[in-house]
Design a protein around this ligand. Structure first.
Ligand code: B12
Ligand code: SF4
Ligand code: SF4
Length: 317
């Protein structure tokens, strides 16, 4: 039987910042009921996929027959000190989207980890499923149970040393590995994130209402953004970092140390009025290979128009 410490060391050697193990048992009842309540409240907005595959989302063994363990990893994406500070008078892109698309970057490394494990196990016996974001799986719940951090009031998985700017991913596998210990939540009486949320989307007990969240509206919402929600978006062109950037665990967190993931400082902010008249080639030049590419030019222009209106309204005040 392979020692779990060898697997964990290999994950760290591959450039992940955190690695922990949990069983492939369903997520805890507390989290299943949190997900159910979230859906009952309609907090998933138009993300219809959140209502599908609930059995898989809450139980890793529904994604891989014979699953025994989940190897949870995290990659720190806190932007480097030299990164341009977002210009408050421009439309801004959230930190995670300043990197190359993390899905393929991380998946490649999960496959390398799996290949490594194969060399340490009897031929043909190791089975796995690599998951990053888009697989129906409760990544935060599993990461918390694997000891990577705790769920904060901003609903981010927060590691006390690294903060919450962490991409999460998992290797569900058929190895019986001893699980790591979860840690206690450490928000205590702080509620800075709830106060800082510009849209009122965040509620300490009910969780995050996507219908109001600037991250949802600018990234996931495919239709016209309701007028009532437009002013809260402020100058968010793609994604929102407000509820993590005010968090004490994030303020002094160390920067991304992975030298392989490509970072694009020039994607930080844009003049929204210039963006509104972009052609497809301008969009491709600016965002090729980034998560913004998935949104497409038309929806980015929709966001830019709202940022422009909000910035003009701010100037007029
Ligand atoms: C849907 C989704 C969104 C939606 C909804 C967000 C949300 N909070 O649910 C929108 C589009 C708004 C969004 C925004 C963002 N997202 Co997103 N998103 C997801 C996705 C695909 C599913 C999340 C989910 O299951 N939501 C359902 C609700 C019920 O989940 P939840 O609130 O997290 O609650 C779970 C647990 O936290 C726990 N729980 C619930 N309530 C409570 C209460 C307490 C007290 C406790 C202890 C636990 C607990 O049980 C629940 C069931 O698992 C995941 C990827 C994945 N496959 O998991 C990425 C993911 C959560 N997103 C991620 C990121 C980076 C972001 C953004 C920072 C991007 C940005 N800068 O704009 C923001 C952050 C917004 C925020 N504060 O959550 C990362 C989070 C990394 C981390 N450190 O936590 C993930 C894991 C993607 C990844 N692979 O890295 N996202
Ligand atoms: S991402 Fe922005 S809008 Fe959404 S909950 Fe956090 S602070 Fe509020
Ligand atoms: S800002 Fe405060 S309440 Fe919010 S997640 Fe961070 S520590 Fe918790």
């Amino acid at each position: 039987m392979i020692n779990k410490h060898i697997i964990k060391q290999k994950a760290l050697d591959l450039g992940f910042d955190l690695v922990g193990i949990t069983s492939a048992q369903p997520i805890d009842n507390r989290d299943i009921s949190a997900l159910q309540k979230w859906l009952e409240r309609g907090f998933e907005a138009h993300m219809g996929y959140m209502r599908k595959n609930i059995d898989k989302r809450t139980d890793p063994s529904k994604l891989l027959a014979d699953a025994r363990s989940v190897i949870c990893v995290a990659l720190n994406y806190k932007v480097t000190a030299s990164c341009k500070k977002p210009d408050k008078n421009k439309a801004t892109v959230a930190d995670f989207a300043l990197y190359e698309d993390y899905h393929s970057f991380i998946k490649k490394r999960l496959f390398v980890l799996a290949d490594f494990i194969k060399t340490k196990t009897s031929p043909g016996t190791f089975k796995f499923k690599a998951c990053v974001d888009s697989v129906p799986l409760a990544e935060r719940s599993l990461a918390e149970r694997a000891g990577l951090g705790f769920i904060g009031k901003n609903r981010m998985l927060i590691n006390p040393e690294l903060g919450s700017n962490l991409f999460l991913a998992e290797l569900i596998c058929n190895l019986e590995l001893s699980p790591d210990e979860p840690m206690e939540a450490q928000c205590h009486s702080c509620d800075k994130c709830v106060k800082a949320c510009p849209t009122g989307a965040l509620n300490a007990s009910k969780g995050l209402d996507s219908n109001k969240c600037a991250s949802y509206l600018t990234i996931e919402h495919r239709q016209q953004i309701p007028e009532s929600e437009q002013s809260g978006i402020g100058n968010c062109l793609f994604g929102c970092d407000k509820c993590s950037s005010v968090c004490p665990f994030d303020i002094n967190a160390p920067k991304c140390k992975n030298k392989d993931i490509r970072f694009f400082d020039q994607r930080r902010d844009f003049c929204p009025d210039a963006l509104i008249s972009w052609q497809q080639e301008d969009f491709d030049k600016a965002f090729k290979g980034s998560t913004v590419e998935r949104l497409g030019l038309d929806l980015l222009k929709r966001n830019a128009r709202i940022c422009s209106n909000n910035l003009n309204a701010k100037k007029a005040r």
